[in-house]
Design a protein around this ligand. Structure first.
Ligand SMILES: Nc1ncnc2c1ncn2[C@@H]1O[C@H](COP(=O)(O)OP(=O)(O)OP(=O)(O)O)[C@@H](O)[C@H]1O
Length: 753
């Protein structure tokens, strides 16, 4: 049959033998093989995707965004759900452009392109994300035979000055892709300028040195020469003539080079950057090649352009570096040279053709008016909510006005990518304030061999919970079964932040086989133990403790971080905005994997003024502090606290609105609590016995109640659709978001009452 012939076999789609058998993602639902992306990608890209990354197909966002962004003159706003491959959707076009440019250069000049120009800039909102992007970009670029350099400037591993130094000394090739954060890139540019000045100064001093050397020898005067014999005179004069000829040739060469550099700048004067620096013939390293527009990518653009400080930095980079301002644009060397040429020609020819000279002069003056010369700059704005963000729209409109580029929109909303991406279940758990800590620990203990993210709004609360969890996971019979606890927050030292994140990223929960083996060994030991002591990890006897890990973090870890084996996200404090929620839950359920997000929503304890309950709590505290491990103790003192008795009707109006708003944008399910032996009393006792914890707890409680300061005044124009109504009402109020907590709720939640 015809269909069985070799010619009819879809060879491209046959999986390679060495592809890993156990992939933890499902690419069956992806439809576009890399070879079918139109217009076709370079063979190096396809090879790298299939054989290095083992990605047989492009995701929808990649299939739509890559062709658009690969063609010069097109910019893109790309909105797609978290974890669907946006990073490659902008890295591939960057490399594709470089490959095309290199190929064109070979075709035109018959030799490979050897440059040190920075041809692309990627800006990420955080250093950790910048490093993550750098690792992917470096891995990808290494597969291209064009010697493309990828540089990271995050001020952690290397100072900006040393990055500049390395780049300027490094090998030449297809170009440099710089990855940084908006604030670090400003430092980089300052270092870049300093480096240029230093080079210029060095150039000057070396010239001086040469001059000194030339005049420093013994001067051969005419008298001295007259005293010499004929042969010596002849030899001396021949040598002098040769030297003069050499010097003249050298000067001619230098003059040619200078003219050439000026011409190059003229050609690319519509291009980028510090073109004024070309005046001294110095090499430009931050500019586009003629014909290859610079591609700047802002990853998580919705977040970057929303935050005032980062937005200012991006605008500064674009306006002062990538887009020449009116003056610079209007007075590139082309204009100046036209004027000069007119003057020169007028002088030369006298006033023979005065009319024509005047016309030429007028043209030159007209050209010197501050006319807008558009830059060759393309921009990619990527983000999970970029399409909704007004700031992104404003920014793209401004770039379009300044540059030779047209913006295309690639919006892949969750509805269209549901099949592939949405294996994420969104849950919320309403619980009485006293039960929040116990509920969190209970959830963590249900999956002690998994990796978990716990999100906080402030580092003070994070520190309290971290210390508490660490204390609870200590000892031979811990209350919390997960032993590996990491933290990441803004105020942390950069190197520690990186170390913590990398430890969490590289943490591998123990493989199933060894878990089973350990469980078996434990089961055999079980008979010999005292049956009355059944608290602690022994309750969950199937799994040994300590194989999973927890990362406690603020929103610094919410954007873009890609930790593939995380299954659970908990929100200890409700996120302040929908944007923050979207990015937080985006850490799980990535690329077709399963994941669960649990939002903990405390409500005031119903019985908070009940005297009897107060007494019970007092008794509980006293009786449990010393010997809280006995089952009898736990059961008798806490049976009244079992289960969750609250529902939505217990929410205040504001809080009900918040929940409703989240439910409108995400399918939120209620998470019920199975009846478990509560450990509230244990936690309470631990806090009461630990003075450090109490101190941290007090500062955490204050922070819980603080209104969240947003970066800029609430602006209805900048709000997402869902936020619009809310924001309109708050427009005149200070730029803060009310906290979920009041003082009582905070104190109860942290068990400090
Ligand atoms: N074509 C593909 N096939 C399979 N997996 C892919 C493909 N492209 C990317 N991935 C993987 O998907 C994961 C998520 O990708 P990436 O980090 O780029 O997502 P993202 O959309 O940028 O997410 P976020 O919005 O959180 O930044 C990564 O682990 C990446 O290796």
């Amino acid at each position: 049959m015809a269909s069985n012939t070799i010619a009819n076999l879809d060879v491209k789609r046959v999986r390679r033998g060495f592809e890993p058998e156990q992939k933890n993602w499902n690419d069956d639902l992806l439809e576009t093989p890399w070879e079918d992306v139109a217009p076709p990608l370079s063979k190096h890209t396809v090879f790298a995707m299939k054989n290095i990354f083992f990605f047989s197909h492009a995701t929808s966002v990649q299939a739509s965004a890559i062709p658009k962004l690969s063609s010069p003159g097109t910019s893109c706003v790309v909105e797609a759900p978290t974890g669907c491959g946006k990073t490659l959707a902008f890295l591939v076009p960057i490399l594709e452009r470089i490959v095309h440019h290199c190929d064109a250069h070979v075709a035109a000049h018959g030799r490979p392109l050897l440059t040190r120009n920075i041809v692309s800039l990627v800006l990420s909102p955080s250093r950790v994300l910048a490093e993550q992007t750098f690792v992917v970009a470096r891995g990808l670029a290494a597969r291209f035979p064009h010697d493309i350099r990828v540089a990271l400037c995050d001020g952690v591993a290397e100072t900006p000055a040393s990055v500049v130094e390395h780049l300027s000394k490094g090998s030449r090739g297809g170009g440099i892709v710089l990855i940084s954060t908006p604030t670090d890139v400003l430092d980089f540019l300052a270092a870049f300028d300093a480096h240029r000045e230093k080079r210029a100064a060095n150039g000057l001093s070396s010239t001086t040195l040469t001059t000194e050397k030339r005049s420093g020898g013994i001067e051969v005067t005419d008298e001295l020469l007259e005293e010499q014999d004929e042969e010596t005179k002849r030899r001396y004069l021949a040598k002098k003539a040769r030297k003069e000829a050499e010097q003249a040739a050298l000067e001619q060469k230098v003059a040619n080079t200078t003219t050439k550099t000026t011409t190059t700048t003229t050609v690319s004067s519509s291009s980028l950057s510090s073109s004024s620096s070309s005046a001294n013939g110095e090499e430009l390293i931050l500019r586009a090649h003629a014909g290859t527009p610079f591609l700047m990518v802002v990853d998580e653009a919705d977040v970057v352009l929303k935050a005032t400080s980062m937005r200012d930095a991006v605008v500064q980079v674009v306006l002062h570096r990538l887009v020449p301002d009116h003056r610079e644009a209007a007075a590139p060397s082309s204009v100046v040279s036209t004027e000069d040429a007119v003057d020169a020609s007028a002088k030369k020819k006298g006033s023979r053709n005065q009319k024509r000279d005047r016309e030429e002069g007028n043209n030159a003056v007209a050209a010197s008016q501050p006319a807008l010369v558009k830059a060759m700059l393309d921009v990619g704005l990527f983000g999970a909510t970029a399409g909704y963000s007004k700031k992104v729209q404003q920014f793209s409109a401004a770039v379009e006005g300044l540059c030779h580029t047209t913006f295309a929109n690639v919006f892949l909303r969750r509805e269209t990518t549901d099949m592939f991406v949405s294996q994420l279940s969104n849950k919320y758990c309403l619980c009485e304030s006293h039960h929040v800590l116990h509920t969190l620990i209970h959830f963590l203990n249900l999956h002690p061999c998994k990796k978990h993210f716990i999100f906080f709004n402030s580092s003070a609360v994070l520190m309290f919970v971290k210390t508490l969890l660490s204390t609870l996971s200590e000892g031979t019979r811990p209350t919390l079964y997960v032993k590996h606890i990491y933290a990441m927050y803004e105020e942390m030292k950069e190197s520690t932040k990186f170390a913590e994140y990398n430890s969490f990223l590289q943490h591998t929960p123990v493989a199933l086989a060894s878990v089973q083996k350990a469980a078996l060994a434990k089961k055999q030991m079980k008979e010999e133990k005292n049956p009355h002591f059944s608290s602690g990890w022994k309750r969950d006897s199937h799994l040994p403790p300590g194989t999973g890990a927890i990362l406690l973090c603020t929103d610094v870890a919410a954007f873009g971080l890609d930790v593939r084996d995380v299954d659970y996200v908990y929100h200890f404090e409700p996120p302040v905005s929908l944007r923050s929620y979207v990015h937080r839950i985006g850490r799980v359920g990535r690329m077709g994997m399963r994941g669960t997000s649990v939002l903990l929503l405390p409500v005031p304890a119903k019985d908070q003024h009940n005297e009897e309950q107060q007494k019970l709590r007092e008794r509980e505290r006293k009786s449990t502090s010393a010997r809280y491990h006995t089952i009898a103790n736990t059961k008798s003192s806490t049976s009244a606290l079992q289960g969750s008795t609250v529902d939505e009707s217990d929410l205040e109006e504001e809080k009900a609105k918040y929940l409703e708003q989240l439910q409108q944008s995400h399918k939120l399910e209620r998470q019920g609590l199975p009846p478990v032996a509560p450990i509230t009393s244990i936690i309470r006792a631990v806090i009461a016995d630990h003075s450090g914890l109490q101190r941290l707890g007090r500062s955490a409680a204050i922070n819980l109640c603080k209104p969240r300061v947003v970066e800029e005044p609430a602006d209805a124009a900048d709000a997402d659709d869902e936020e619009q109504d809310n924001v309109k009402q708050q427009k005149d109020t200070p730029a803060t978001e009310a906290s979920w907590y009041d003082a009582t709720l905070a104190v109860q939640t942290l068990l400090l009452d």
